[in-house]
Design a binder for this molecule. Structure first.
Ligand SMILES: [Zn+2]
Length: 458
């Protein structure tokens, strides 16, 4: 490894220049005005792979193209699939940027530009580590496949269609993604869990038109009253969700996992202050991080009914509705949760009200074993590069492509974030610390060697 580390040190400046070059491309995927720039970013990534001698191609989709590359075959060695994205978020409001978003500028050891952290800078670490191996050793210790998309920030489906249609081509032992954050500065993390989701609209219908609340109130079921009452039955005073079978498949935390979460340097007072609330709530018997990462939730995301304007209008509304989100944890099954919810709501729906439950979308949670050989290989690589072992965290949100990799390819995804929580991803003044860029490259170079010791399906 020392020759490779020397190569990384000798080439630091060039790597930074190349990052700047990549960041100057305004690859905003959501805005059709930037279509050419997005295509140019795909070409830039493809060019990187071509220079390394990888078999690389640009694959057109219904939306923006994918870039796919494979390293020369190493028989018998494990295969890692590296995922990342070359597209970026829009940059408005422009006036809040200290320097223009597509003119990368260095201040205090950080490069400021749209995409610096999310995800151009992080993704590039895996290309540069591959370059180092090929330049110094003339070979890689494992097989690498790269799948880099241009629609991550605009909700395109090109990649999931491609993954589902190319299972054999993408076959691998694990997926590697660097598109997230360390737990804190100088505290790298491996994200081992993501929550899933069920999202529904609940629509209640009463009389055939809005009625006079004086003339009809008291004798006719009010959909708004019914909605409030029905939603209130979904959670008890201990924060437990009252849907039949809801907790049946929830994976309980082991003592070791609870200890690991409890040991994290989480500043609850600062968290409370940051969101401007007076107290935190949640399911009894669990800490805040456990509630956020490892327990399922129920939240009303929107509600509407009746009169919303100025002053008073004495109306008994004909319709009421709510948008409901259930964050799920492994191994909860979205269709089973919807079925239980429908059963519960039907039971508590009062006479005189017609109920409709419309499912918007659903996806399973993901759990990666902290003790799997791949996770442990990543932990050793990170410790070597960052000088400190990673902590094992989870994420309360969902990353749909990780579920696709899990379901279509049957493999775990290693979520190795080199960024920081305050990198301003999606905000003005996005940045990426150059120290994190270089540590990320070093960790990645070491990761290829560590993964070579892991079992393979080959
Ligand atoms: Zn991203």
């Amino acid at each position: 490894m020392s020759n490779i580390n020397n190569y990384l040190t000798e080439n630091r400046e060039r790597f930074e220049q190349e990052l700047h070059e990549f960041l100057r491309i305004a690859s905003i995927s959501a805005d059709p005005a930037y279509r050419e720039d997005v295509a140019q970013a795909a070409k830039w990534v493809d060019g990187q792979f071509q220079k390394l001698g990888l078999a690389s191609e640009i694959i057109e989709t219904d939306g923006h193209p994918l870039v796919y590359a494979e390293s020369p075959r190493v028989p018998g060695a494990p295969t890692a699939l590296v995922y990342g994205h070359y597209d970026v978020q829009p940059v408005v409001p422009l006036e809040l940027w200290t320097t223009p978003p597509f003119e990368p500028t260095e201040r205090d050891g950080k490069v400021y530009a749209r995409g610096a952290s999310d995800d151009k800078g992080q993704m590039l670490t895996h290309i540069k580590s591959t370059e180092a191996w090929l330049a110094v050793e003339g070979r890689l210790p494992i097989n690498l496949k790269f799948l880099i998309e241009g629609e991550e920030e605009c909700g395109g489906h090109g990649i999931s269609q491609f993954v589902e249609a190319n299972r054999d081509r993408l076959a691998c032992d694990c997926v590697v993604v660097s598109d997230s954050s360390q737990f804190a500065p100088d505290q790298p993390a491996i994200t081992c869990g993501l929550r899933g989701i069920v999202y529904c609209d609940l629509i209640l219908k009463g009389p055939n038109r809005d009625l006079h609340s004086g003339s009809f109130g008291g004798a006719v079921a009010n959909p708004a009253n019914a909605l409030a009452k029905m939603l209130a039955t979904l959670m008890d005073e201990h924060g437990r969700i009252q849907v039949p079978g809801f907790y049946d498949d929830v994976v309980t935390l082991s003592d070791k996992q609870r200890e690991r979460i409890a040991a994290l340097p989480f500043d609850e007072a600062r968290y409370i202050e940051g969101i401007g609330v007076s107290a935190l709530i949640g399911e009894e018997g669990f800490t805040t991080l456990e509630r956020l990462w490892t327990r399922p939730t129920f939240d009303v995301c929107g509600m509407w009914s009746g009169y919303q304007g100025e002053g008073a209008k004495t109306v008994l509304p004909a319709v009421a509705g709510a948008k409901l989100s259930f964050r799920l944890v492994p191994n909860q099954d979205p269709p089973k949760i919807v079925e239980g919810l429908r059963q519960k709501l039907t039971e508590v729906c009062p006479p005189g009200i017609q109920m409709e439950l419309v499912v918007q979308h659903g996806g399973r949670g993901v759990l990666v074993s902290e003790d799997s050989p791949y996770t442990q290989a990543a932990a050793r690589a990170i410790e070597e590069a960052f000088g400190t072992p990673p902590v094992y965290t989870r994420e309360g949100g969902s990353i749909p492509i990780v579920v696709t990799f899990c379901e279509a390819l049957g493999v775990d995804t290693l979520l190795l974030g080199w960024g920081q929580g305050d990198d301003n991803a999606h905000s003005p003044n996005e940045k990426f610390a150059l120290a994190d860029f270089h540590r990320g490259i070093k960790a990645s170079a070491r990761l290829w060697e560590e993964l070579a010791t892991c079992p393979t399906k080959n």
